[in-house]
Write a protein that binds this ligand. Structure first.
Ligand SMILES: *Cc1c(COP(=O)(O)O)cnc(C)c1O
Length: 511
């Protein structure tokens, strides 16, 4: 039944016209309150009930097609329709990453503090790009908190982003501007000459967002050098040195190296100090992609691997990964924030000039102008709820579970551990019952586990082989979930029916 205060709009003939403060998009304050209470009750029930349901439940294709149609009626529904729609059409088909038995990629569940903060920040609806407001100062403060956790020096600035990909893009654009400005070639014919010779380095294990960002700043693929890695999937500084020397000999301009702190496939941490030394000696920027593993310096067990982190030129961190801040919350941290401003501060007549003593606007540190305050408040709330010790405890919980998972894999005769660590991940294989194509077999095993809906993991290529990959980044995951995952994998391998491959050599598509 329609709430008396939720009259449809526009009114049918004979119905009275609501005043504008109650006409869409506005609603009567009582309606707003009732709907918010209903939504809050639903959210708390949804989050606490997630573990009891299937990890994923695929939406019937017809229903998905309906969502894509995008039909908009002329007469609006009532406000309560929003919650009804989410409850009936979206929530029954979870994406999996709220469930404790979800082990794919690096997708965490949302921290409750972040969920609450997102809602509150939406109500404030600050524009965190221009002018000044409290949430902009909070963003500056949360960036400092992250920098402190990451072990970066005092005075580090930066900006929150939609995620790691955007942070990596900002980093490369900043490095490029820094490099060309120092050479006096940030514009004119000198720019054309130098830009065409810029060369970027990262390990062969770097995240694909690095090559994507390189493309976005105008670097062709053949100016990106994926450098060899060692037996533990870490960038090999000797190979990097050789690649840089060869490029310098060829008249190219090495301008930046991207190290990875927590590689996506196996959780490896690249060596920092030798790379920084090389960068300094040839005038390169050293960026670290710590989307997953950027906060390792705050974890005693990992801290030795992070020596030299304070000498980096920039670092990407993704609070929506390790810290469970709701997506999307990434960050670019820059010990010399003036370099960010050189790259991104642009003036316009319709934006008032800064006061002489004003702090640089956050839009002067990124691509966005109108920017949400949700990131800052959700990050702040999550960090306040955890505290510094809580951050350490959380990551240590993941590290401990990963160790237990690796132990279980090692002690199960039918499983073989191939890689994983120091970040909490395990890459492993199951004994192939003789399918003849172990890569296709492992793809099928992962799909069968996913389809069975009790646990979820993905595959990844490690040293040219397709393997199963299980990542720990859900604070609700327990040892029972590890046992469940192992038994689901073995069960899926037993049930493998060796489907014949298609003429292209690929296994048949799912469904
Ligand atoms: C996840 C990840 C990214 C990309 O971050 P998004 O937030 O997904 O854009 C970049 N680098 C690494 C190492 C990652 O793990």
């Amino acid at each position: 039944m329609t709430h008396p205060l939720r009259a449809p709009y526009p009114p049918r003939s004979g119905e009275t016209l609501l005043p504008w403060d109650q006409r869409p998009p506005a609603v009567h304050p009582k309606v707003l309150r009732d709907e918010l209470v209903a939504a809050a009750e639903w959210v708390s029930g949804y989050l606490s009930g997630l573990p009891a349901g299937p990890v994923v439940r695929p939406m019937p294709p017809g229903q998905r097609a309906g969502l894509r149609e995008g039909r908009l009626g002329g007469r609006t529904g009532d406000l309560g329709g929003v919650l009804d729609f989410v409850r009936d059409e979206i929530a029954p088909f979870p994406t999996g990453n709220g469930h404790p038995a979800f082990f794919a990629w690096v997708n965490s569940p949302p921290a409750p503090a972040g969920v609450i903060a997102e809602l509150l920040a939406c109500a404030v609806n600050a524009t965190c790009g221009m002018g000044e407001n409290a949430l902009m100062d909070l963003e500056r403060g949360t960036v400092r908190m992250l920098a402190g956790l990451a072990g970066l020096p005092d005075g580090t600035g930066g900006v929150l982003t939609s995620g790691g990909s955007m942070a990596n893009l900002l980093a490369l654009a900043t490095a490029r501007t820094w490099f060309l400005t120092r050479r006096g070639s940030s514009d004119g014919p000198a720019y054309d000459r130098d830009h065409a010779r810029l060369t970027l380095y990262c390990s062969a294990q770097a995240h694909m967002s690095v090559s994507k960002a390189a493309t976005c700043i105008g670097l062709p693929a053949h100016r990106l050098r994926p450098v060899a890695t060692d037996a533990h999937d870490r960038l090999d500084p000797t190979a990097l040195r050789a690649a840089v020397a060869a490029d310098l000999d060829a008249g190219l301009l090495p301008f930046c190296t991207v190290s990875t702190l927590g590689t996506t496939a196996t959780g490896a941490v690249d060596p920092l100090r030798p790379v920084t030394r090389l960068c300094r000696s040839v005038g390169m920027w050293h960026h670290a992609d710590g989307a997953w593993g950027g906060l390792g310096a705050a974890i005693p067990a990992l801290a030795p691997l992070y020596r030299g982190v304070d000498e980096l030129d920039s670092m990407t961190v993704d609070p929506h990964k390790t810290l469970s801040v709701p997506v999307g919350c990434g960050a670019l941290l820059v010990p010399g924030p003036e370099h960010l401003h050189t790259a991104f501060a642009h003036q316009a007549s319709y934006l008032a000039a800064d006061e002489p003593d004003a702090l640089p606007w956050l839009s002067h540190a990124t691509i966005e102008l109108t920017r949400p305050g949700t990131r800052a408040l959700a990050l702040w709330a999550t960090l306040q709820h955890l505290g510094r010790d809580g951050v350490t405890d959380l990551v240590e919980h993941y590290l401990r579970l990963a160790e237990q998972l690796r132990d279980r894999i090692t002690s199960e005769p039918r499983l073989e551990l191939l890689a994983g660590g120091p970040w909490p991940v395990a890459c492993f294989r199951v004994t192939d019952p003789g399918s003849g194509d172990p890569d296709a077999f492992h793809t099928r095993v992962a799909r069968r586990v996913q389809d069975n809906g009790r646990a979820y993991l993905a595959t990844v290529a490690v040293r040219g082989r397709t393997v199963l990959r299980a990542c720990l980044c859900n604070y609700r995951t327990t040892e029972d979930d590890l046992d469940l995952l192992i038994s689901e994998v073995l069960h899926a391998a037993d049930a493998d029916d060796h489907p014949t491959t298609t003429p292209t050599g690929r296994p048949p598509d799912r469904r």
